[in-house]
Design a protein around this ligand. Structure first.
Ligand SMILES: [Zn+2]
Length: 688
């Protein structure tokens, strides 16, 4: 019987989706990533498309949300709250655009309002005569839960409207938790031994559905409004002919401005775009600055801007034909934890690394994820053999955010954190108030030695071409190098005979080693691998203390007077140079011919950017924002967060937005990150 399996398949899919819906909407506690839900729903949609006779009224494809909780009273929406159709790639968006284009029968590119799709919880707020009457969640689209008591705790929600508002207003928005509030909430939860939230959306949903508004108030939620449900204006004597519709703007974008004028917040990234290409550009631009935005988004919503065109397009089932959500690639996926390795870093830090069944997430294949430290393993209660949710956002190292307990196997085994260094068997130590365990072996620990040499030769340090990680490991194993200074004693005989090392590559490597001797003081300091001394700190040390003699003799107070160096870093620097071995390494490097241009003390008044105010905006690709700030400060500039007429120069990274606009309006000089780097390196004292 060929028809039976497909019916069973549909039944199972619907049950699974219902279960996920319940966890997501009712319990606010999903155990699977959204991508899993999307996959199941898409599968069900495609099967139902082929077998329309099997669609039932209660199929998950036929409704918008979940059942309201019994603890809240219910509110019937004046007009239903709709859902949006999704597309996951630009081709599917192209097809949507084509359909709209033909239906409107336009001879011009279609104008869309493009909005970031906030990852929060949809709400509807009802105002009568300008006063907030109630607020409700989406619920099943027709009936939602009364969350007025919690909505009132959100500072940005007006309790009274302002301006020329309608007598009756039903306005829709998204309640969300800004990233910084979310981090604070989870930090406190960890401190108090409470359960953490997997992501800001769950935290927002959990907070909005508290029975006690005092708890919600502490959670610092935010809201942006994005659509009108209903708006009825009072009839005026003198323009009795004008209907409510006529008093509303005739485009979505202008209606948003009206909404804003009534005192309701809207997202400031919203823009008008003309045509499909421009929409996709917007998608790319917002995608590029997604990590910098203060809130989580999971895609872009495109809405046909003309209300007339919207009416013409109408609705299909419960979704409008004039809008679509374009989702970013999933940042969270589920996979299997196959094992945990313990890596020893350059400074002895022991890092547990999860070995995963490879999975495609955030646009790349991921097979490892960091577990950070012992506390994190305990907090997650993760076991080998568990299904885990991993997250990869932007260029951040993938991490495990939660364990799917529903799928825990009885054989899943606890992770045992080692008691001694897995490489050299030295005891581990842990500083008070720190989560990191470290190997105490120092340079007798071959892992630390190898890692410190790999760091020394790396591109931003001594930049020795051809001396890759594998070769360093071989040279260390064969005892050809025991410290970084030994690199400068390597001979051709040492190299030839190593695996895959012919005469030519040996010569090239020796040349690269020779070339690396001409460098800068900052690079040598950075190359030494002093704990928490990155490129910028190394540069500040060089520019303020000028030579190793001064750096070695500097006390804590002198070090802390230097820009960007706090008490902890100062302590690490002093400890490093107190070690006889480390001082000998420096002497040895110098005796082998490592050298750099002398740095002359500069008068403060000679700082090239003195009395200037700079602003950094958009995404920088080469320097971290804090590093760029520190460099500019070391050159005498003030770095400000906002553009004003007193701004000297604005550095605009990718997808710079409102600050760039303002700078152009005010006629302030705008340069690219590339131009800033050129300018910095043109000043003699700074070499990065
Ligand atoms: Zn060790």
């Amino acid at each position: 019987m060929p028809s039976e399996p497909i019916e069973i398949k549909i039944k199972i899919l619907r049950q699974e989706i219902e279960e996920l819906n319940y966890q997501y909407y009712v319990l606010d506690n999903p155990s699977y990533p959204d991508s899993h839900y999307d996959k199941l729903l898409q599968e069900l949609i495609s099967i139902e498309k082929k077998h329309p006779e099997l669609i039932t009224d209660n199929s998950p494809t036929q409704r918008v949300g979940g059942q309201p909780l019994s603890g809240f009273s219910q509110i019937t929406h004046l007009t239903p709250m709709l859902s949006l159709d999704n597309v996951f790639d630009s081709d599917s968006f192209g097809k949507f655009y084509e359909r709209v284009f033909h239906k409107i029968a336009s001879d011009q590119p279609i104008t869309f309002t493009c909005e970031p799709k906030l990852d929060g919880l949809a709400i509807s707020c009802l105002y009568k005569n300008g006063n907030l009457v109630h607020a409700a969640t989406r619920g099943d689209g027709k009936i939602g839960e009364d969350v007025t008591h919690n909505i009132k705790t959100i500072q940005s929600i007006p309790l009274k409207l302002r301006g020329d508002f309608p007598e009756l207003l039903d306005v829709r928005g998204e309640v969300f938790m800004p990233k910084d509030s979310f981090e604070k909430l989870n930090k406190n939860a960890i401190k108090d031994g409470n359960k953490t939230f997997a992501n800001p959306r769950n935290a927002a949903a959990g907070s909005l559905r508290q029975l006690d508004p005092k708890i919600t108030a502490k959670r610092k939620l935010a809201v942006y409004f994005y659509a009108l449900g209903n708006a009825e204006f009072k009839k005026l004597q003198n323009d009795a002919e004008q209907t409510s519709d006529e008093r509303l703007a005739d485009s979505h974008h202008n209606r948003l401005k009206q909404i804003q004028s009534w005192g309701l917040p809207i997202c400031d990234e919203i823009e008008l775009r003309h045509g499909d290409k421009a929409c996709l550009e917007y998608f790319k631009e917002i995608g590029a600055k997604r990590e910098q935005l203060p809130y989580e988004i999971d895609g872009i919503v495109y809405k046909v801007d003309s209300i007339l065109s919207q009416d013409k397009l109408g609705f299909v089932a419960k979704a409008p034909r004039w809008a679509i959500a374009h989702k970013f690639p999933a940042q969270e996926e589920m996979t299997l934890l196959k094992g945990v390795d313990f890596q020893v870093g350059r400074t002895g830090a022991i890092t547990p690394v999860a070995r995963l069944e490879p999975v495609f997430v955030g646009g790349v294949m991921v097979s490892n994820a960091t577990l950070h430290n012992k506390d994190e393993i305990e907090r997650l209660d993760v076991r080998v053999g568990d299904h885990v949710v991993i997250r990869r956002a932007g260029d951040v190292i993938p991490q495990i955010v939660s364990v799917v307990l529903d799928k825990r196997d009885v054989n899943a085994s606890s992770i045992i954190f080692p008691k001694v260094c897995p490489i050299c068997q030295s005891p581990l130590e842990k500083e008070i108030d720190q989560a990191i365990y470290r190997c105490t072996g120092g340079l007798i620990c071959s892992a630390q030695k190898t890692q410190s040499i790999i760091h020394f030769v790396s591109r931003k340090a001594m930049n020795i071409d051809g001396l890759g990680d594998k070769l360093v490991e071989v040279l260390c194993d064969k005892q050809l190098i025991n410290s970084v200074a030994d690199i400068y004693q390597l001979s051709k005989d040492d190299l030839i005979g190593l695996e895959r090392m012919a005469e030519k590559s040996a010569n090239n490597l020796l040349q690269a080693i020779e070339k690396s001797k001409q460098t800068s003081l900052a690079k040598v300091i950075y190359a030494l691998g002093i704990r928490e001394v990155g490129e910028v700190t190394a540069m500040n040390l060089a520019n303020n203390l000028f030579d190793f003699k001064n750096i070695i003799n500097a006390n804590l107070e002198e070090l802390e007077n230097i820009e960007d160096i706090g008490p902890i870093v100062a302590k690490h620097i002093v400890a490093f140079f107190e070690n006889e071995n480390n001082r000998q390494v420096i002497e040895s490097l110098i005796s082998h011919g490592v050298s750099w241009p002398e740095i002359k003390p500069k008068d403060k008044s000679e700082l090239p950017l003195l009395n200037q105010t700079w602003v950094l905006t958009g995404a920088l690709s080469q320097l971290k924002r804090n590093d760029a700030k520190a460099v500019l400060q070391s050159l005498g500039a003030k770095v400000s967060g906002s553009v004003s007429k007193n701004t000297t120069c604005v550095v605009a990274g990718e997808s710079a937005g409102s600050k760039l606009k303002k700078a152009i309006e005010l006629g302030i000089e705008v340069i690219s990150e590339e131009e800033m780097l050129k300018l910095i390196s043109s000043f003699q004292i700074v070499k990065i």
